[in-house]
Design a protein around this ligand. Structure first.
Ligand SMILES: Cc1cc2nc3c(=O)[nH]c(=O)nc-3n(C[C@H](O)[C@H](O)[C@H](O)COP(=O)(O)O)c2cc1C
Length: 141
């Protein structure tokens, strides 16, 4: 399996409803056994996709051609043995708890997400914190 993480810029000209994106993502990802998490903040998207390489590739390429965002930049694509977001066909960072929200302030200089201001190492570490928090609250979707 692999885990791919990318950044993209939200398209200000398209009115994207995050609920629609999540609903479609969950349906399609569940069928492809792809899991992950999506951030939508500060004019950016950040998404992690994990699963079999072929499935992640297909999913990523479909997402990349979506006009709701542009300038996609893959910041990481690595082999994994275990999923970070097992059970989440697509988690939404908005579901995070108050304590994790507090920790987020330590990672980002601003309250909103800014890809220019976070290293990949910090981002992956933060995703791990989020995943552990979600597991603890046991609310897979
Ligand atoms: C930021 C963002 C994240 C998305 N994430 C996923 C995803 O994880 N899985 C997925 O199937 N589609 C995702 N989509 C939607 C796809 O781009 C596409 O609209 C959807 O898969 C339907 O494709 P189709 O019309 O070719 O069937 C995402 C779109 C955006 C803008």
């Amino acid at each position: 399996m692999c885990r791919l993480i990318y950044f993209s810029e939200q398209n200000p000209l398209v009115n994207a409803d995050i609920k629609d994106i999540i609903m479609t993502s969950r349906r399609k990802n569940a069928a492809a056994n792809v899991t992950g998490i999506l951030f939508a903040d500060g004019g950016y998207y950040v998404q992690a996709l994990e699963g079999r390489r072929s499935r992640v590739t297909k999913t990523y390429n479909r997402i990349a051609s979506d006009v709701r965002h542009s300038n996609l930049l893959i910041v990481s694509c690595i082999d994994i043995r275990e999923r970070m977001f097992a059970g989440w066909s697509m988690a939404l960072h908005g579901d995070m708890s108050a304590s994790v929200r507090e920790q987020m302030r330590g990672f980002f200089s601003l309250n909103s997400f800014d890809p220019e201001n976070i290293t990949l190492e910090s981002l992956v570490y933060f995703l791990q914190i989020l995943a552990v928090d979600m597991r603890r609250r046991n609310s897979p979707s």
